[in-house]
Write a protein of this length. Structure first.
Length: 126
């Protein structure tokens, strides 16, 4: 059997952050959920059982947390910073799927959330 790709993921990671267009959103903050899946060459880690051979999800979380601390008006801007940071720190990443959702957004609707979803292929790793 040939391994084509493996993934590290973070699912429903919760943050309280200060992103939003309205001044009140940047003052009071809101709750956000992040879902992230990063493709990378997983074969070596499957054989060696060494953390140095994997894409460490604790380090990925630390990068996401750092970017979530920086207030932005647009979720697209936050998402862009997150994926740029991942690409910079993990050059072996082959793909990134990121969903960033603001829970109960102030838009006059009864909604679980609204946000952005992006899918990237790292053309420098291909």
């Amino acid at each position: 059997m040939k391994q084509t790709e493996g993934y590290v993921f973070l699912k429903d990671v919760r943050f309280h952050a200060f992103h939003g267009v309205m001044p009140q959103e940047r003052k009071v903050g809101a709750d956000f959920l992040v879902n992230l899946r990063i493709g990378y060459p997983i074969e070596r880690a499957m054989e060696t059982d060494e953390v140095g051979d994997t894409l460490n999800y604790a380090e990925v979380y630390a990068l996401v947390a750092e970017e979530m601390k920086q207030p932005s008006k647009l979720l697209e801007h936050v998402a862009g910073r997150i994926v740029r940071s991942i690409c910079l720190h993990f050059p072996l990443a082959t793909s990134i799927d990121l969903t960033l959702m603001k829970q109960n957004p102030p838009m006059g609707a009864d909604a679980e959330g609204a946000g952005v979803e992006i899918h990237l292929i790292n053309d420098k790793s291909v």
